[in-house]
Design a protein around this ligand. Structure first.
Ligand code: HEC
Length: 107
């Protein structure tokens, strides 16, 4: 199971239609993070460009934000970054996968 990507798990569990993130899936993030194209910091950094990049905050023990690291972070940010100021958890597996897919598409 570990070797399967989140996208694959989504396809297996919900069918390929689930691969497109539903619109608005990032709206819970928007209170604290700028979304498409906006470079301004809100409470946290803009989400565009984070996928595939190294963490912006020093000391986060993640090489790059990818499916696996974002999946862990969004489940409970404190597990990945004990000093995080992000107090927001996404406990629903399908929702986390959709959020990660939507993050990849941000420009
Ligand atoms: C209540 C405010 C809040 C919400 C809601 C929130 N975040 Fe955050 N997020 C933050 C803050 C603040 C930081 C910076 C944490 C720090 O510096 O300790 C952060 C940091 C992050 C980081 C790490 C950035 C880095 O590389 O250092 C990611 C990834 C992230 N948020 C994704 C998300 C996503 C995706 C959502 C929506 C599902 C979301 N956040 C919702 C406040 C929030």
């Amino acid at each position: 199971m570990r070797a399967l990507s989140l996208a694959m798990i989504l396809v297996l569990s919900y069918g390929s239609a689930a691969l497109a993130a539903p619109p608005g899936v990032l709206s819970p993030c928007a209170g604290c993070h700028a979304l498409n194209g906006v470079k301004k910091k809100v409470a946290g950094p803009p989400l565009a460009g984070l996928y595939g990049a190294k963490p912006l905050k020093a000391g986060i023990k993640v090489a790059r934000w990818d499916d696996a690291s974002l999946n862990r972070f969004l489940w409970n940010p404190e597990k990945v970054d004990p000093t995080t100021r992000m107090f927001f958890k996404v406990r629903d597996d399908k929702r986390r996968a959709e959020i990660i897919i939507a993050m990849k598409a941000l420009k």
